[in-house]
Design a protein around this ligand. Structure first.
Ligand SMILES: Cc1cc2nc3c(=O)[nH]c(=O)nc-3n(C[C@H](O)[C@H](O)[C@H](O)COP(=O)(O)OP(=O)(O)OC[C@H]3O[C@@H](n4cnc5c(N)ncnc54)[C@H](O)[C@@H]3O)c2cc1C
Length: 412
């Protein structure tokens, strides 16, 4: 009989996990506590490491229909507006890493994963139904060695459902994580992300973009890139400051005046881009950024019949643009592990965790370090600008991240 996986959470990670498990020959029941998938979120950058996973799942065509494929990454000084360095993307990345560099609206990425899942009748999605808690019979003695064990979840409607494995893909504030590893609040980073999406057609030609531009300044930076076939421009400004109180409710209506105040002293070119948002009739949303310390070992990602995936396991700062990417890589490795049909389920989940924890820890640590470099002041800022000017492409490319199959013996 087919094994059944239960998945808590239907975001990018949960949807990717559902697709991965169905491809591995499992029955899937995915529970998403929100009743309707919405357009929530903004742009997401996807490196070639992530695109290769999507290609392996047969999603290349769907990706091509909704994503943008920028030709270049340009780094500029937020204060002077000068170019500090650049990295060719487009064909160069395809030749170097065997897949493109894409930028995509989060809802479009979610939508194409969702469409991929819908190809499998074995996968059932339940919306408006949360997972409240679980009981893992494999870790509750006495269990007879070699006997079949199950994990039972309790839903928000009080129903109990049994499965052969549970994947906690329930995001930063994951209940699955809390029960599996014990409660530890996410870290408040003190960094605030203002995000906006603007129709490019509403912008003057000089402010439209087909590339990724990162503006680096003291205690702030901004990133701009096209999404949805280039029809929309995504802008993200990250500044340092106190977080709003209700952190779990992450999508706050942002106060454009606070943002303008935080950007005082930056270049006219940057400020023109920021002002263009309101002029185009769009608005800013605010995300207070939280993360957790890097994963410490496989036990942090899987125990018994329960595994964590995506932000539930390794929420990170967005300075390497890999949060969704690592969730997708997790799912690709979960597929490999779940396909090991002659292994008992806890061993398969262990294999998944062993393969993934170091890579995730490394990406978490490097994301934090990148944030310090992006927002540097004083001599560090001076040294950063000099090395970007002298070495450009060599400091902007990330071969250890973009190569490989999502398993590495990473150094943190
Ligand atoms: C400013 C910013 C910029 C970013 N830029 C990038 C980028 O360029 N590239 C990139 O790869 N990543 C980026 N990220 C990160 C990326 O958005 C996240 O890492 C990724 O979306 C995590 O996916 P997830 O599925 O693990 O979690 P989530 O997207 O949070 O999904 C969790 C889901 O679980 C559901 N849920 C929660 N609790 C329960 C429950 N008890 N039962 C059932 N369902 C539940 C939630 O409703 C939600 O739908 C960025 C993040 C930010 C804030």
């Amino acid at each position: 009989m087919k094994k059944q996986v239960l998945i808590a959470g239907g975001g990018i990670g949960g949807m990717a996990a559902a697709l991965a498990a169905a491809r591995a020959g499992w029955d899937v029941r995915m529970y998403e506590r929100v009743a309707q998938f919405s357009e929530v979120g903004a742009g997401v950058q996807l490196g070639p490491n992530v695109i290769r996973c999507l290609q392996a799942w047969g999603l290349q065509k769907a990706l091509q229909q909704v994503a943008a494929f920028p030709e270049r990454l340009q780094v500029r000084c937020a204060l002077s507006g000068d170019e500090l360095g650049a990295l060719p993307l487009g064909r160069t990345v395809v030749q170097r890493y065997g897949a493109a560099y894409a930028t995509i609206h989060r809802a479009d990425l979610h939508g194409l994963l969702h469409a991929g899942v819908q190809r499998y009748t074995e996968a059932q999605l339940y919306q408006g139904l949360g997972i409240e808690s679980f009981a893992d019979a494999s870790t509750t003695p006495p269990s007879v060695p070699g006997s079949e064990t199950v994990v039972t979840v309790r839903t928000s409607q009080g129903k109990e459902i049994e499965g052969d494995a549970l994947i906690g893909a329930d995001g930063l504030w994951s209940r699955t994580r809390t029960q599996l590893l014990g409660y530890q609040a996410p870290r408040v980073t003190g960094h605030l992300a203002y995000r906006a999406l603007v129709p490019q057609s509403a912008l003057p030609a000089s402010l439209r973009t087909r590339q990724v531009t990162a503006w680096l300044g003291p205690r702030l930076h901004m990133v701009q890139y096209p999404v949805r076939r280039g029809e929309l421009q995504n802008l993200v400004v990250i500044v340092q400051g106190p977080a709003p109180h209700n952190l779990e409710d992450w999508d706050h209506a942002a106060n454009a005046r606070d943002l303008e105040y935080a950007l005082q002293g930056t270049s006219t070119a940057l400020q023109n881009a920021v002002h263009s948002v309101q002029a185009a009739g769009a608005s800013w949303r605010l995300w207070p950024l939280c993360d957790r310390p890097p994963v410490r070992g496989p036990d942090d990602m899987a125990r018994g019949l329960v595994a964590l995936l995506g932000d539930a396991a390794h929420p990170m700062r967005p300075y390497l643009a890999q949060g969704a990417g690592m969730a997708i890589e997790d799912a690709a490795q979960l597929e490999r592990a779940l396909s090991m049909h002659d292994l008992e389920v806890p061993l398969r989940l262990r294999r998944y965790a062993v393969n993934r924890w170091q890579r995730n820890a490394r990406v978490q640590a490097r994301s934090t370090r990148n944030g310090r470099i992006f927002h540097a002041t004083g001599p560090v800022r001076w040294a950063r600008n000099l090395s970007l000017r002298l070495l450009g492409e060599r400091v902007l490319d990330v071969p250890w991240l973009y190569r490989g199959d999502g398993v590495d013996q990473g150094r943190c």
